[in-house]
Write a protein that binds this ligand. Structure first.
Ligand code: SF4
Length: 202
């Protein structure tokens, strides 16, 4: 059994990247400081796009899309994604919300750093809605207020987008989230810009 599993992993290694998503949430329950790993997920797509001029992250590496495919497919209604969700307008709304969220994270972290605000040690859904539970913490690590605050804010971003993605995966196709994912929108813009520059160089 272990042998056949190893063979399957060797054959399609990318299929198993979904474990990354589960590991992120599991590690954050061990201690919220692990939520800093979310930064890897947020930055790697852009680093890869800038280096390769291709959207390698979405094509092959993204653990979240693998998670939607692997875990959500059995419970997905697999209905077509509504037109409104696929529209450029919707994508722009989502990206604006994402940028405002990031700006709030940076500003609130600066406020915590200069002592004018206490760290927010709670999970928020879509920036404003405080979830009605406290994240269990299995391992006590003494973290500075700034580290603690940023950990919860990064976790909240990852948590919100994963929950929205899971709901969309149930209602529509498993990877519906990808049609509105801000990372995809921004990386595609970078790749398009590069292609345009290349054309004008020819
Ligand atoms: S669109 Fe978003 S969720 Fe989908 S593969 Fe790309 S980064 Fe991952």
């Amino acid at each position: 059994m272990i042998e056949s599993m190893r063979e399957r992993i060797v054959k399609n290694p990318y299929d198993y990247l979904f474990v990354g998503t589960i590991a992120f949430f599991a590690l954050s329950i061990i201690n919220i400081v692990f939520a800093w790993l979310g930064l890897v997920c947020m930055m790697t797509p852009f680093i890869l796009a800038l280096r390769s001029h291709k959207n390698l992250w979405c094509r092959s590496y993204c653990p979240r899309s693998r998670f939607f495919m692997k875990i959500m497919t059995p419970i997905s209604l697999k209905r077509p994604i509504p037109k409104a969700l696929r529209s450029p307008k919707t994508r722009r709304y989502i990206i604006t919300f994402f940028c405002v969220n990031l700006m709030m994270v940076v500003l609130s972290t600066l406020n915590v750093a200069n002592g004018s605000m206490a760290p927010m040690a709670s999970v928020r859904f879509l920036m404003f809605i405080r979830v009605p539970f406290q994240l269990p913490q299995l391992w006590e690590i003494t973290a500075s207020p700034v580290v603690l605050h940023l950990s919860y804010r990064l976790y909240s971003i990852m948590f919100s987008s994963t929950i929205v993605g899971m709901l969309l995966a149930i209602l529509y196709m498993p990877r519906s989230w990808c049609t509105i994912c801000p990372v995809q929108t921004m990386v595609t813009d970078i790749v398009k810009k590069y292609e345009k520059n290349c054309e004008s160089c020819r």
